[in-house]
Write a protein that binds this ligand. Sequence first.
Ligand code: PGA
Length: 255
Amino acid sequence: MTNITTLKSKIILGNWKMNMSREEVKTFFRDFLNLGPISEDTTIGLAVPAPYFSLVSDILNNSNYGILTGSQNVHWEKQGAHTGEISGQMLIDCNVNFSLVAHSERRTHYGETNHSASKRIKSCLGNNLVGVLCVGETREEYESNKTEAVLDTQVRESLDSLQESDTANLVIAYEPVWAIGTGLSATPNEAEQAHITIRKILKDLFPQTEHIPIIYGGSVNEKNATELLKVESINGFLVGGASLKAESFATICKA
Ligand code: PGA
């Protein structure tokens, strides 16, 4: 199964949210896989709607690309009376490699908290799934200079269930809420500051662990990807809207 130690130096993940039909999924991969190889040091993954797990993993297992299949959420219990939830074991059973945790849309619209994030991320790592913890400040917090304080609370509380030895499959996605789906990306400098803040918190929490990847998300597109990736502290992207089109996503993966 996937282990972050097998992830390459750059990680580009797509988040399809609640989009795509079966036919569109097939067309996406036919086009994407025809757009030619991506650099060997880039890990690519797509967090797809759960009904398409098997379709996507079948297509990907028959390709030579090593693209990871991802879920948009994961529950901490193995099984039971949790209508609408998916367990880590089920994801593994469906050949899923990673899961997003506490995406801002889950926090804003479905009441997810740092406390539930902590249980979800532990479930990922305990099931040998790569767990992608999403954090980021709202516009109001950004405008009142609270970004650092917000990240500090989110990262510490969402990771409070983990021991240092659990972190091998952990990825952090910094996604300022004001940049998600707005066309208004953070500048390379803003993203860099936030990534440096997160890196310091991780160092404090897990002093022995060298490299937990920190990726940036929020209106990443073909035009801004190259500039953002020049920032040393940005280890890749979580891409929403631009991951729905094979050509745009391929261009970002090749940036
Ligand atoms: P966006 O979404 O790229 O459309 O801004 C990013 C995300 O929600 O992960």
